[in-house]
Write a protein that binds this ligand. Sequence first.
Ligand SMILES: O=C(O)CCC(=O)C1=CC=C[C@@H](O)[C@@H]1C(=O)O
Ligand SMILES: [Mg+2]
Length: 305
Amino acid sequence: MVYQFSYRPISKKFTRPVITNHGVWEIRESVIIRLVDITGKVSWGEISPIHWFGSETLEQALNFCSQLPGEITPEIIFDIPDKLPACQFGFESALENLLGKHESINYQNLTYSALLPAGETALDQWKTLWRQGYKTLKWKIGIDETSKEIKIFNSLIQELPKSAKLRLDANGGLSYASTKLWLTTCENLKNRIEFIEQPLPVDKFPEILELSNAYNTKIALDESVATLQQLEDYYKKGWEGIFVIKPGIVGSPSQLRKFCHQHQIDVVFSSVFETAIGREAALKLAAELSRNNRAVGFGINHFFA
Ligand SMILES: O=C(O)CCC(=O)C1=CC=C[C@@H](O)[C@@H]1C(=O)O
Ligand SMILES: [Mg+2]
């Protein structure tokens, strides 16, 4: 089989910049690819790298696309190297759509988590999201001083309905001491705090493992397991906590399905702030592979108010 291939870079400004320990992210740049089969059927895919998470850069993705011929085959798609995980996702999703594979997967019953703005603004925003029906909210920490963030957190916990679940995502921005402080702060809040995401940097796994065994609040790895190779590596290292999977940058969907069907791991699916094209492909994977019914981190649309 041969498919007509074309692509174009897009960039979209976030309604509100995404502020994390990695910095301030204002514009989402991606590559939209198009495949057309011999019957004229058209299918779209999205390549949305996050290089500071360990995927390829946008430039590497564009270079890969630019060296492809105008007609490509499934062999070319399945030969995309592991160092281009966002390309693997974009091309394989487009091919699956074209072949009508996994079309029947119903992702209408997923529950969603919404991202609160970082800092004090969270105190103003949570009510709007609660009214929109979100019962799980994620708040970025590790940006300001821990004492300041815990002060805001205590107000947030006071105000939030008891049935709300809160996720705290540090993007690797905490120290060992501040991670312990956060875990101690959350200790008696039972399951109101669903997990603390990537508290320490990727190179601090022994400390993360030690802390995950010392406190009740669960820890989720995100940046540590951004690609399929890292996912497999941490599974082999014995990680029994939560794995955050960002389908848009983890790599090949077929390889991800194989891994998740082989191993009973506790997963949370997470957005890479993709457009509707990548989002649909990612949500289908989330619906197919989510086992613990954890809310998927694809809540609010970050491009429109
Ligand atoms: O997972 C979610 O709830 C929403 C997506 C999200 O938080 C992120 C997407 C992409 C990069 C990061 O800024 C951030 C994360 O660290 O999980
Ligand atoms: Mg994260």
